[in-house]
Design a protein. Structure first.
Length: 67
């Protein structure tokens, strides 16, 4: 299940926080050199470090806009 960036503004605050945490954990794994293999069903499967960093900024922006 590939993450669709266009769906981010339509996600609820809980889903956004979960996605932010997943992205931060993934970035941490890249930085520590212990990159875990993700299953194809994971929303972050196939994303690079740069893509994760860009996406976490987008999610944080959206969280600020969400009431």
């Amino acid at each position: 299940m590939k993450l669709n960036i266009e769906d981010i503004p339509h996600k609820g605050p809980k889903q956004l926080r979960t996605l932010r945490n997943q992205l931060n954990n993934r970035i941490g794994a890249f930085d520590s050199g212990k990159e875990a293999k993700l299953k194809e069903s994971h929303p972050l499967f196939g994303l690079s470090l740069d893509e994760c960093k860009k996406l976490v900024l987008l999610v944080k922006q959206q969280l600020k806009l969400t009431p």
